[in-house]
Design a protein around this ligand. Structure first.
Ligand SMILES: *Cc1c(COP(=O)(O)O)cnc(C)c1O
Length: 461
């Protein structure tokens, strides 16, 4: 069938100039590898992995322009030229006034949390993120989830599952008073909900509400351009606006930001903190020296800042996002056709398989998502990761969080794999789905104190 004009296929807005050869393994090798890794895909060696969908963090393929920019890196300890280029890119594309580079997102979260949270204050957010919440809690804050209920339901088709529930926020403010709210964390394209966007309408309402109550909005802008793409495609009035314009509009409605540039900004390492508040900036510029490095490099090499400046520009390109999210949707549709239960609507950075629906014979204490990720690796060497009870960890009293979503994340690195790789991934998931009834759960044999999902070990039940 000849495609309709409007439904023309997307294609990658780049071609290959260099390739990285992949490694293949057999089942016996993979069985040995996953056992040695304690059934935790984070503990696998990448040499034992075929297609690596562990994360979209720092796994981006840089462009020829970014690699060229590397050569321009100014490695001066203080006042690096590369810092000023990064600052200029952030001013231009995001619009925040003051910028502090950090080695990655969590470096920014650490500094910001220490400055802006007083012990016992609440930090409401549209769902938690692992490192964000840990830094908030280490700074004495209490996280409160104010995302809309729809976000916790993998089958709900709400187009903006990343939205803040203003009523939940208002209840928190009424109960404790606005002075007990450190700030609101607003994540774009909410990772833990499956890469789900908020709408501009919702952000505008949140902006109005927080102005009335004197509360700041801190934007976790790790995936802001992906969020902007969904606003462009789904929200009335935005189809004619560019992603660049929408990104800027989002940033303008917030007061500061933390950024892991390892995602949206198309680099392998880097991040920053930004703010419009001169007092916060003053303190951050001082504190960054303790944890990261001088305020004009923040733990990064000059070349890293160069590459980030170029990556920020490339990330807001409409064709880039169309192909990026097009590929994610392609994989999701293919998996759906095989009957695999996935989170809907399909999000921006990966496909999230509903492990409780996939393995209904396992209880959440048997770590269904962890078990499923191990099983997919065993089948094909495709590496995915758990986003469920293991990632959720324990509260300050030591009790397990029981998240409503128990997911396996197939995260797609940007500009790295082809559509044929996506076919191979979907087929592997389908074959595991066919023999799902024979998949056993796991028990945890080692649990680290912080962010346990990275290093926990398991055995087959
Ligand atoms: C990755 C991530 C972070 C932390 O950033 P790092 O660069 O990994 O330290 C914070 N928030 C979100 C939403 C992320 O996805």
């Amino acid at each position: 069938m000849i495609p309709q004009e409007k439904k023309r296929s997307w294609a990658e807005p780049y071609k290959m100039k260099m390739v990285e050869l992949l490694k293949t393994t057999n089942r016996a090798q993979r069985l040995k590898a996953i056992r040695e890794a304690g059934y935790n895909t984070f503990l696998l060696k990448s040499a034992d992995v075929y297609i690596d969908l562990l994360t979209d963090s720092g796994t981006n393929a840089m462009s020829d322009r970014q690699w060229s920019a590397f050569m321009l890196g100014d490695e001066a300890y203080a006042g690096s030229e590369s810092y000023f280029k990064l600052e200029a890119a952030i001013h231009k594309y995001y619009g925040y006034k003051y910028v502090i580079p950090t080695h990655q997102g969590r470096g920014a979260e650490n500094i910001l949390s220490q400055i802006m949270i007083k012990k016992g204050q609440y930090v409401p957010g549209n769902m938690y993120f692992t490192t964000t919440r840990v830094h908030q809690e280490l700074a004495g804050g209490i996280f409160a989830d104010i995302i809309i209920d729809e976000a916790h339901d993998p089958n709900n088709l709400h187009p903006f599952k990343g939205n803040v529930d203003l009523q939940k926020l208002d209840e928190l403010v009424k109960k404790h008073g606005a002075s007990k709210i450190a700030y609101v964390t607003l994540a774009s394209n909410v990772n833990m909900a499956g890469g789900q966007p908020f709408s501009m309408q919702n952000l505008k309402e949140l902006h109005t509400y927080t102005r009335v109550h004197g509360i700041s909005i801190i934007h976790d802008m790790t995936r802001v351009a992906e969020n902007a793409y969904f606003i462009q495609q789904r929200e009335p009035g935005y189809l004619k606006k560019t992603i660049q314009e929408i990104v800027r509009e989002i940033c303008n409605l917030t007061d500061g930001a933390t950024m892991s540039a390892k995602k949206d900004a198309l680099v392998n390492i880097g991040g920053f903190m930004a703010t419009n508040d001169p007092t916060v900036f003053e303190e951050a510029r001082n504190l960054v020296v303790v944890y990261e490095g001088l305020h004009t490099y923040g733990g990064l090499a000059g070349r890293d800042m160069e590459a980030m400046a170029v990556g920020i520009k490339e990330s807001v390109d409409d064709n880039h996002q169309r192909a990026r999210i097009g590929q994610v949707i392609y994989l999701g549709e293919k998996m759906s056709q095989y009957g695999i239960p996935i989170v809907r609507p399909i999000g921006g950075h990966g496909i999230f398989v509903d492990a409780m629906a996939f393995l209904p014979h396992l209880s959440q204490d048997q770590f269904p998502a962890q078990a499923l990720a191990a099983e997919i690796y065993l089948d094909s060497g495709v590496r995915t990761m758990e986003r469920g009870i293991v990632s959720a960890g324990r509260n300050a009293q030591g009790q397990n969080y029981y998240p409503k979503l128990e997911l396996v994340r197939f995260t797609i690195p940007r500009r790295v794999y082809t559509q044929a790789h996506m076919d191979v991934v979907a087929e592997s998931a389908a074959l595991v789905f066919q023999r799902r009834k024979r998949i056993n759960g796991l028990k945890m044999t080692y649990e680290p104190k912080y962010l346990r999902f990275f290093q926990a070990r398991f055995e087959k039940l």
